[in-house]
Write a protein of this length. Structure first.
Length: 448
């Protein structure tokens, strides 16, 4: 591993300016694809294209897979369709090639597909492009070792050698019947310990774990995590082997999904990167800020309606931040737990009511402790029993409401097939602020 220091990058830029191909090739030779992708963040598009044209096809394809989406789009935009097909797609596995082609405009997609040298690979890519990219079919690749249940072990080994020439990694050997239906997996240990077995079906591991081509990526990730798999076969509606998904593909998608959920929970409505333009970042962040502003104005109107109460009891105003902040924090905690449970499938249909009851009990304990602490503090420092009582009762009510509300909202959104991640962050905070103020002002009006 080579450290990409400032001196290293400056040296490379100087080599690029001089067009010293041999020195540039020597520098690239010692770098991993991920390191070269990291290096591209420090270079402009012209410098990047120069380096790409110096790499062999396999290295260029590996680097392109590692690039950030934005860097990849910028590079592909400057390259002819034939170069994209010959230098990249021809040297990629089908799942990576599909991801690349999806980033292109539709007219460019057709041009790239027409330039792919391997007709069979082009056909596989076209078939995979028909799947929704958020499903197992859209994520799978077609490179895998497949053997027939009726083959002998010597025949199986010969066929595996032939198929392996087209693959970079071998995870599992899948066994199918004459109709291409998935029947089992052939462990390599059994191949070694049963070299003269008459037929594969006698030593294969039957009923392998698989997913359907229309299953969501979340379901795929849950299966891989549950059974500790490095690859997972994908079958069609009648059980025929359609492809396989590897753990690195799943982890990349899951990481992107977590980043998107984190941004959404932070009040960012679109997927953004630090390298995105000012306009794109503003468009992604402004909507929730406007909603937050509307929520703030609503609170102002609510408080304005109790102006007389503040005039006669100015100490009430001291506890507005406490009421709003506590309700928002409790709501975010409750919703975050539910969103996490929905994401990892630990919160199932049958235990939703149980979760609401549990959260109500937790809320009751928290509300009691917080309101009691505030009551004791205000009792000895404030000297106003009416305000002390109204603040404590309001805190108790707000925490209870926020606990239940923060639990129910993501569950409801999930039922409506809306991403529950939007329930966390600004949405919960703004709603709890408004409801919290209404509760506080109502209780204060009755007691004061």
């Amino acid at each position: 591993m080579i450290e990409l220091t400032k001196e290293y990058i400056e040296n490379l830029e100087e080599i690029i300016v001089k067009k010293d191909d041999e020195k540039a090739k020597a520098l690239l030779k010692d770098l991993y694809p991920a390191d070269i992708a990291e290096l591209y963040k420090e270079l402009n598009v012209e410098q990047g294209i120069y380096l790409y044209l110096l790499m062999d096809g396999e290295q260029a394809a590996d680097v392109l897979v590692e690039l950030d989406d934005e860097d990849r789009r910028k590079l592909l935009k400057e390259l002819p369709s034939e170069v994209i097909a010959k230098r990249f797609v021809d040297n990629m596995e089908t799942d990576d090639a599909v991801d690349l082609i999806r980033d292109l405009d539709e007219d460019i997609q057709e041009e790239v597909l027409s330039h792919i040298g391997d007709v069979e690979q082009a056909g596989d890519i076209v078939d995979l492009l028909k799947y929704d990219e958020d499903t197992a079919g859209g994520l799978m690749g077609t490179e895998m070792i497949v053997v027939n249940e009726n083959w002998s072990m010597p025949q199986c080994i010969d066929e595996m050698r032939r198929q392996a020439e087209e693959m970079d990694e071998i995870y599992y050997v899948y066994v199918v019947d004459d109709d291409e239906r998935l029947l089992g997996v052939l462990p390599l240990k059994r191949m070694i310990t049963n070299p003269s077995i008459s037929k594969i079906k006698h030593v294969m591991k039957k009923d392998p774990i698989s997913v359907h081509e229309d299953d969501s990526i979340e379901e795929v990730a849950q299966v891989i995590e549950k059974y500790n798999l490095v690859a997972l076969p994908v079958v069609d509606s009648i059980g025929r082997l359609a492809g396989r998904i590897t753990i690195d593909d799943v982890m990349e998608v899951v990481r992107e999904e977590h980043e998107r959920d984190y941004q959404m929970a932070s009040g960012i409505s679109q997927d953004v990167e630090t390298s995105d333009s000012v306009f794109h970042q503003t468009a992604a962040r402004l909507p929730w800020l406007v909603i937050g502003m509307i929520g703030g104005l609503s609170n102002s109107f609510i408080l304005g309606g109790y102006e007389a109460g503040f005039a006669s009891n100015p100490k009430m105003a001291l506890f507005i931040p406490l009421i709003g902040g506590t309700g928002g924090n409790v709501g975010i905690q409750s919703s975050a737990i539910v969103v996490q449970g929905l994401a990892n499938n630990s919160l199932k249909e049958g235990i939703i009511l149980k979760q609401v009851m549990k959260e109500s009990i937790v809320g009751l304990i928290n509300a009691s402790m917080i309101s009691l602490i505030v009551f004791i503090f205000n009792f000895f420092t404030l000297g106003d029993r009416a305000v002390t009582t109204s603040v404590s009762l309001s805190l108790f009510s707000v925490v209870m409401f926020a606990s239940i509300f923060g639990t129910m909202v993501p569950m409801t959104l999930n039922k409506l097939h809306i991403d529950p991640a939007i329930a966390t962050g600004p949405f919960i905070t703004i709603t709890n602020d408004i409801i919290g103020m209404l509760i506080y002002m109502s209780i204060a009006s009755m007691l004061l």
